[in-house]
Design a binder for this molecule. Structure first.
Ligand code: GFB
Length: 316
């Protein structure tokens, strides 16, 4: 188990994942958690990151910073997605090595796997075929991050591990209708449609694509579990192992927010990967399982959204 009194750095603490990691570290009794604001440290700048690590000397690192977004943001901003992520992963891993960080966890994404990978996707599918074009830049940067951690372990013996989460959601998500991921984008669209008493709500694509959704508090719990229990070269999948069609997801969100609405599918928008569900047996065998069922997670996330919106605290 990693020492609860030691210094821990959470890179990306303002994001969906980073804020959930902070909540989990707090509930686990960590007493020395360090964070840094973006205005005070550009994680893409190696010399600035080196200087910060030399001053702070964290013992453990949660590397959960990055430029992220849904299918539209990925398709329209490929340069940002590849550059920002390649740089951030490189600087933080390298600086962690330089100051002798004891253990680091790096988060990839299920989009690292080939578009035609056998489902549910096993860890070994990595680099076995072409990627899904709508998120190729992001996936390539994420694959480079996995190989960085592997490289530093092979060459220097650094205890750097990689976890591959499936599609995430929860409090603190980006609820922007154009740039967010499907779940928060649809939540917002149904919420606004209800406010404006619109009869129909638009859902992108055919609705047939399938996705697996993991509540971010489950992910944060899995990250701490892996920091405590896993030290190996191979990346490890984190998910529920259960997927749903986008149509099912949209119906669940409609039933929760605005049951009178009629769904309209806009097939001019991309479906992206047809299916993307992780095989989570490796993690299950280690003793970890997701706890928050989708319907419960949808309801608590919508409660969070409404409260945050009323306070003007929703990221968009
Ligand atoms: O979460 P999402 O944007 O990304 O989901 P991916 C896209 C799927 O949801 C597609 C459908 O099948 C869309 O057609 N969809 C329906 C919508 N309505 C909407 C909507 O209003 N907004 C959005 N965004 N989608 C991401 C990658 O892929 O997965 C990231 O782009 C990351 O890089 C993430 O890896 C985990 O699941 O397709």
């Amino acid at each position: 188990m990693i020492d609860r009194q030691s210094s821990v750095f959470v890179a990306g603490h303002k994001g969906l994942v980073g804020s959930a990691i902070l909540r989990r570290l707090d509930s686990a009794g960590f007493s020395d958690v360090r964070v840094v604001e973006r205005k005070d440290l550009d994680l893409r700048d190696q010399s600035a990151v080196n200087a910060w690590f030399e001053t702070e000397r964290p013992k453990y690192v949660f590397l959960v910073a990055g430029t992220v977004g849904g299918i539209m943001a990925n398709s329209t901003r490929p340069a940002d997605f590849i550059y920002d992520n390649l740089m951030i992963h490189g600087t933080v891993v390298h600086a962690s090595h330089r100051v002798g960080v004891e253990k680091l966890i790096y988060l990839g994404s299920s989009c690292i796997y080939p578009r035609e990978a056998d489902q549910p996707i096993i860890e070994d599918s990595l680099l076995s075929g072409p990627l899904e074009p709508t998120n190729e830049s992001y996936a390539l940067a994420k694959i480079a991050g996995i190989k960085l951690c592997e490289g530093y372990r092979r060459q220097y013996g650094d205890d750097f591990i990689s976890a591959m989460p499936t599609n995430l959601y929860g409090p603190g998500d980006n609820f922007d209708e154009m740039n967010g991921h499907v779940l928060p984008s649809l939540m917002r669209r149904f919420h606004e449609a209800k406010d404006e008493q619109q009869e129909t709500v638009e859902v992108w694509g055919s609705g047939k694509a399938k996705r697996e959704f993991l509540h971010v508090d489950d992910l944060a719990d899995a990250c701490l579990f892996l920091m405590d229990n896993y030290s190996d070269l191979e990346h490890i999948n984190v998910g529920t192992g259960i997927d749903h069609s986008i149509k099912e997801l949209a119906e669940n969100i409609r039933d929760l927010i605005y049951p009178e609405a009629e769904l309209v599918f806009d097939t001019s928008k991309p479906d992206g990967m047809p299916r993307k569900v992780l095989n989570v047996s490796k993690l299950t065998e280690l003793g970890w399982k997701a706890k928050i069922p989708l319907l419960e997670g949808l309801s608590s996330t919508y409660d969070w959204f409404r409260t945050a919106k009323a306070k003007g605290e929703v990221r968009e």
